[in-house]
Ligand binder design. Structure first.
Ligand code: LCS
Length: 405
């Protein structure tokens, strides 16, 4: 019913994806040049999709446009809460209290604020690595230290080193844990037993915990997401972050849901946060939660096939790459250590040699050397060309090396 094969021209939309890569990936400005024109790149980097936002969401925005006035806005109406609550009940069998819900322009700005509200200047933030780098940036921004617990990778499958995690959680100066569930970049969906073990450690040391569940709707068809709020139903120091932004490709609309259980912290938030929302974003999010299910199910099937296709392609053309289908997210996490030295600047290599924009290596804080992250949320024709270029560039590098020796 929905067309995920359509190639949509994103030029001249002020998209990070098309125009922001020099700054974000290479810390460079427009003077940085490549052997490719900008429009020739296959873009598999920033976490948004090449698919159109569902028509149901766009219609929701349109209906709001027709009301013609866009004054100061906040989520007052019960209908928004009911839509988001219904989504959580249907998908995760999980409910929360209306009073816990506050809105934020994004999960990143919420992390930046919450680290400040929660951690005193000498206190530390703990997270699992490799990690989405903004967890570290949230600590850096607030001049708080951070401490990492490296995940363990066996045959491409990541798990938590609970002894290491507990040792770090036990430090009296570690007061906040940021959990990423599902995990970016590994794509792991943490299982009930894993979440329970984390929960036991969190409770033992009374840690504040932000459970960033932004990727929770984007599951492979055989996966199930369990909100940390369901594992710890009465733990006060838990904050849950969810959003329609990744799920429905509307990150630019900047709206996310933050559930703060602790009344004291919530009051600090309500006092200090800029508590206004964009009326078009509220309408979009509401429409997404009320009417977006059918689209999401088709998207998930399409993504499953993209992951399967990627596996087949790599097996044939880059047999020493280690790849496993991510349990969630549209991000593939591929170990290329068999082909590169650990200090290779992989995004630079692939931009120059393959004309592919991707993230990798030290962009994920630590414990990520030699890995690339590929955004698979694109039409299959784009994916196929991206993979062709990636494999060709790696194989060419090895041929050149062989001939040169
Ligand atoms: N949390 C996680 C775990 C994410 O992966 C992202 C986006 C965000 C938060 C951002 O939330 P927002 O502020 O948009 O609500 N991840 C991206 C990534 O990996 N590359 O580009 C964006």
């Amino acid at each position: 019913m929905y067309n995920f094969d359509e190639i949509i021209d994103r030029r001249h939309t002020n998209a990070m994806n098309t125009d922001g890569f020099r700054g974000y990936i290479f810390h460079a400005d427009e003077t940085m040049t490549f052997p490719y024109k900008d429009e020739e790149f296959i873009r598999m980097w920033v976490a948004d999709m090449e698919f159109a936002t569902p028509k149901e969401v766009i219609d929701g925005i349109r209906e709001r446009l027709d009301k013609r006035i866009f004054g100061y806005t906040r989520v007052f109406e019960k209908r928004y809460y009911e839509a988001f609550l219904g989504w959580c009940q249907n998908r995760y069998g999980w409910s929360f209290d209306k009073k816990e819900l506050v809105m934020s322009n994004g999960i990143i700005p919420a992390l930046y604020e919450l680290v400040e509200y929660i951690c005193k200047p000498d206190e530390k933030v703990l997270f699992l690595t490799p990690s989405y780098a903004y967890f570290k940036y949230a600590a850096d921004f607030n001049k708080r230290d951070y401490v990492c617990s490296d995940l363990v990778c066996e045959d491409g499958y990541y798990s938590i080193d609970f002894d290491d995690f507990e040792r770090k959680a036990a430090d009296a100066k570690t007061t906040l844990f940021i959990l990423c569930n599902p995990h970016n970049p590994s794509g792991r969906v943490w299982r009930e037993e894993e979440l329970k073990k984390l929960a036991a450690i969190i409770e033992k040391y009374n840690l504040w915990t932000i459970s960033d569940e932004i990727h929770c709707d984007l599951l492979r068809l055989d996966q199930k997401h369990i909100p940390m709020g369901k594992i710890m139903p009465s733990y006060r120091r838990l904050i849950t972050a969810m959003a329609p932004s990744k799920t429905f490709n509307m990150a630019g609309l900047m709206i996310s849901n933050i559930l703060i259980r602790d009344e004291g912290l919530r009051n600090i938030w309500l006092d200090r946060h800029y508590n206004f929302d964009n009326p078009l974003s509220v309408a979009a999010a509401q429409a997404a939660y009320e009417k977006g299910s059918a689209w999401l199910e088709e998207l998930r099937a399409y993504l499953d096939e993209n992951f399967r296709f990627t596996g087949e392609y790599l097996k044939e053309h880059l047999p020493k790459a280690k790849y496993r289908v991510s349990e969630a997210t549209y991000l593939a996490w591929v170990d290329l250590n068999a082909y590169f030295e650990p200090d290779e600047q992989l995004p630079l290599f692939f931009a120059y040699k393959a004309g592919v924009l991707l993230e990798g290596g030290n962009m994920f804080v630590q414990n990520s050397d030699g890995y690339i992250r590929l955004n698979l949320a694109c039409p299959r024709a784009t994916l196929s060309e991206g993979l062709r270029r990636i494999c060709e560039a790696v194989n060419m590098k090895h041929t050149e090396k062989y001939l040169g020796e």
